[in-house]
Design a protein around this ligand. Sequence first.
Ligand code: IPM
Ligand code: MG
Length: 366
Amino acid sequence: MRKTIAVLPGDGIGPEVTAAAIAVLKDCASAFRHEFEFLEFAFGGNAIDRFDNPLPPETLAGCRASDAILLGAIGGPRWESLPFGTRPEAGLLGLRKQLGLYINLRPIRLRPALRGISPLRLDRLGNTDFEIVRELAGDIYFGEHKITKEKASDLAEYSVFEIERVARYAFGRAAARKKHLTSIDKANVLASSTLWRDTVGSLAREYPEIALDHQYVDNASMQILLRPTQFDVILTGNMFGDILSDEAAALAGSIGLIPSLSCGAKDQPALYEPIHGSAPTLAGKDVACPLGAIFSSTLMLRESFDLQEESDWIESAVDRVLENGYRTADIAESNSRTVSGTEFTQQIREELKKSPARIAQVKSTA
Ligand code: IPM
Ligand code: MG
């Protein structure tokens, strides 16, 4: 298989963690005889420094021309004082908008070896495994923002069309899992949430096999900590999804572990990125955990390229490295072998070398 991957390393720890993901993807390509071409583009703060624009036109064009996009992280204190529309974050929102990425999927899956680092007691944690589907192109993020010296406002807006298209995706994910969808809103207060609840409720008639329930976001944020095993797929708007996905990531033990997929328009490539930020205080110290980025690349193999075996091949190597006790500092336990980010990635690559891709022989003789 031949694929072109646009790489946006971004700022802070972004370049370190994307380098780890690319190294592992290259190992995968040679083991399974694929050709992955990586094309790097400036994005975020580094693009502001070089081109005075967080999303230069070449970057957007390069992304559009690719089969999938791998993003590190963007932002940092250097650019925080800029007016919002010119900050790194505006580049990310612009990219989501321009590419029609209205769906954001964040799988909350615990690695077996890492159950001990969850802040939750193991009896509550149980076999927690759920997916958050966050709407990504509407809501208070994209409504009109106004600010004067005395007053400011942000408009939270949703249309039936916007709600239905992301809800269909969530119903589809639930259909492929345990057939349970929880829609989260604030319909007891917000008009946009009332429309959200009504629209998702009506759509449910088309999916009779899915059990749909609704929760208010305040209650949901408590339920995620009290009884996370009740969730299968969560569907929620842009703002609530941003907040709840950080909370849910904490259950896995570190926000450094969780990948994400952003997609939408059929003719546009999907974008994969760890949900963590650019962590400026960790940058350049070789301590960042590359797993969010590596799991973003395995999510890419599965979701964009339909390469399930390849994805499993990498994830099981990661699990073995974790079983062997290797950890970066953020996910270390008292008895672990704490290593640098580079060393940790190297351990994964060693493990990959030890597990020949059986499928490669099958495919090459076919
Ligand atoms: C995320 C981030 C972004 C968001 C920021 C960086 C604009 O927090 O992807 O969750 O709020 O969507
Ligand atoms: Mg966020």
